[in-house]
Design a protein around this ligand. Structure first.
Ligand SMILES: Cc1ncc(COP(=O)(O)O)c(C=O)c1O
Length: 344
């Protein structure tokens, strides 16, 4: 066509997981939480005054920042609210990367990073996770932005906070720790924000708080970094309904904790059931499992034919694996029963 910048012409674009329109399927392919959000969220939406639709929303989503500060023990100047965690990723690429300033991250990981690098026309230095020297290799890349997804997708594993702290210490640029799945993990990196002025933590309300459809995420960092990121974001990047709903969700920690506990307990049960069927399943600190099976592509198709959607990537390192979101007990039972039929 020739109208677009060259890098956009070349770009394939991010391919989101399949969203089947049919409600009658088992949808365990995009890591949504299988349980509904807190009833307080629905109350906040129902009680929402139309007056707040007429006016622009709070530019910095102050109500949410105030509530989040109490939960996290940081100041409101340490938080930037975003239109999902993905918006924070976009803001960071725009803030730190360009043709002369690279991004680095270990792979396999969230495939959006590569797409954002191409959009920003910056070089992406990809370091294999399995490599013993992955930390040194990331440091040697001397990138303006280094991203570590922790716990990582799609592997579901977590690197210890001390190791990430060591990385933050050695890096000359910014370290963005993508904690989209941290609600299901045994530890998190929040304490590194106080210690290192180059650390940004990404959090999402999509997973632990069951709000993927709402689009709300946030970043936590030292006040100077946050002030810089504020210059890059859209003026009103989170809408008024999203602010009200996300604020109600984060205030209801009791519901949040019980929701996360249910997902974690189903995760362990599903892991055991899949292993009994001969699939190799690694430890997970997320709301999904990465299951290894030699003929994963065929298995994926057979499951889809039966109305069960999991995630499959036909790439060299992932073509023998399926990523399976932890569903409700009924979803997981249906998956296991169907797998038994297919594999017998
Ligand atoms: C690793 C990772 N980071 C960030 C996100 C962004 O989440 P959201 O934009 O829904 O907050 C996702 C979504 O699945 C993800 O898998």
């Amino acid at each position: 066509m020739g109208y677009f910048r060259e890098n956009i012409e070349r770009l394939q674009g991010y391919v989101p997981g399949y969203q089947p329109g049919d409600a009658d399927v088992v949808k365990i392919n995009t890591n949504e939480n299988p349980y509904p959000p807190s009833p307080k969220v629905l109350e906040a939406i129902r009680g929402f005054s139309p007056e707040f639709l007429r006016k622009y929303p709070q530019p910095l989503a102050d109500s949410f920042r105030e509530a989040a500060c109490k939960v996290l023990g940081v100041g409101s100047g340490n938080i930037i609210c975003t239109n999902g965690g993905d918006d924070l990723l976009t803001i960071c690429f725009r803030a730190f990367c360009d043709e002369g300033r690279t991004v680095a991250y270990p792979i396999e990981t969230y495939s959006l990073y590569e797409v954002l690098a191409e959009l920003q026309n910056c070089k992406a230095v990809e370091i294999p996770f399995g490599n013993d020297n992955w930390i040194d290799d990331l440091v040697k890349a001397k990138s303006a932005l280094t991203i570590i997804c922790n716990p990582n997708a799609p592997t579901s594993t977590r690197v210890e906070t001390d190791v990430i702290g060591e990385l933050a210490d050695k890096l000359s640029g910014v370290l963005l720790i993508d904690e989209a799945y941290v609600d299901f993990a045994e530890d998190n990196c929040l304490r590194l924000v106080e210690k290192y002025d180059n650390v940004i933590i990404l959090r999402s309300m999509s997973k632990g708080y069951s709000l993927a459809g709402l689009r709300f995420g946030f970043g936590i960092a030292n006040a100077e970094l946050i002030a810089g990121l504020m210059k890059v974001k859209d003026s009103y990047n989170v809408d008024a309904i999203a602010i009200a709903a996300a604020t109600a969700a984060i205030k209801d920690q009791k519901y949040f904790k019980s929701n996360v506990a249910k997902v974690k307990s189903e995760r362990e049960r599903l892991k055991t059931e899949l292993e009994k069927l001969g699939l190799e399943v690694g430890k997970s600190e997320t709301n999904f499992l990465l299951a290894k099976y030699s003929e994963s592509g065929t298995l994926y198709e057979k499951l889809a034919e039966r109305g069960i959607y999991v995630r499959f990537w036909n790439t060299s390192s992932l073509s023998d694996k399926l990523r399976i979101t932890v569903g409700t007990k009924e979803d997981n039972d249906k998956l296991v029963t169907t797998l038994k039929e297919i594999l017998s």
